[in-house]
Design a protein. Structure first.
Length: 235
């Protein structure tokens, strides 16, 4: 009896199992949904469109890649923002838009977008025909999602339907972050010459007011007037 064979069999079985597990973790090129719950979100979006009497979005790999890249960048930075390079990163469009959101899980993120009028308008837009979904989860467990919509080149550019407002912008007009008021410009500061002139005018007014009740021009009163002028100008 050879004791080596059972060991070899066990070793071969272990290697095969590890190889199978490794292959199961690898996302092969062309896989439709590489991020967590991307398929769930895509289905939820098309379900919402069906309820609104709209045709389903078709999936586009390049849109999904752009959306996934944006979701990963947001997850890495912990900030919600639109992809500033979307218009150049994705080609073949006559209209293009993007939704971004974050939440505790995919369903909550989808609900956030559906409860926002502007983002719901993107989802229920009758002019878009294609969509790509990208997701990522940050280290703290926050779920990030980006949705990219496209009307292909040469297709009609009308939008709206399903109760959504019209939009013809190349990118989504809003984010889920609150807008900040524009800073107001500070009023111009007076020059030293303007300040001096104002001080002189103030001194003249003080002397004039004092002169109204004066009965004589004595040296002490003149000295007080001079002192008033100097104090006001130097102040």
């Amino acid at each position: 009896m050879n004791p080596v064979r059972p060991v070899r069999r066990r070793l071969a079985t272990t290697v095969a199992g590890l190889l199978t597990a490794t292959l199961a973790m690898v996302v092969l090129p062309g896989t439709a949904y590489a991020g967590p719950n991307e398929g769930d979100i895509f289905s939820a979006v098309n379900s919402a469109r069906a309820s609104a009497g709209l045709p389903a979005y078709s999936s586009a790999d390049d849109l999904a890649a752009a959306a996934r890249g944006q979701a990963e960048r947001m997850a890495a930075s912990g900030e919600l923002y639109h992809n500033p390079n979307l218009a150049s990163e994705v080609g073949g469009w006559s209209r293009i838009g993007e939704n971004v959101a974050f939440a505790g899980d995919w369903q909550s993120a989808h609900d956030v977008l559906m409860n926002s009028p502007d983002h719901r308008a993107q989802i229920l837009d009758s002019g878009y025909t294609q969509m790509g979904v990208g997701t990522a989860v940050s280290d703290d467990g926050t779920f990030w999602v980006a949705e990219v919509f496209r009307t292909p080149s040469g297709a009609p550019t009308t939008s709206g339907g399903g109760g959504a407002s019209d939009s013809t912008t190349t990118t989504s007009p809003t984010t889920t972050t609150p807008s900040r008021p524009a800073p107001t410009a500070a009023p111009p500061q007076p020059s030293p010459e303007q300040i001096l002139r104002q001080h002189i005018r103030d001194a003249r007014d003080k002397v004039a007011n004092r002169a109204k009740g004066r009965t004589s021009n004595d040296p002490i009163t003149a000295a007080l007037d001079f002192s008033t002028v100097m104090d006001t100008v130097s102040g």
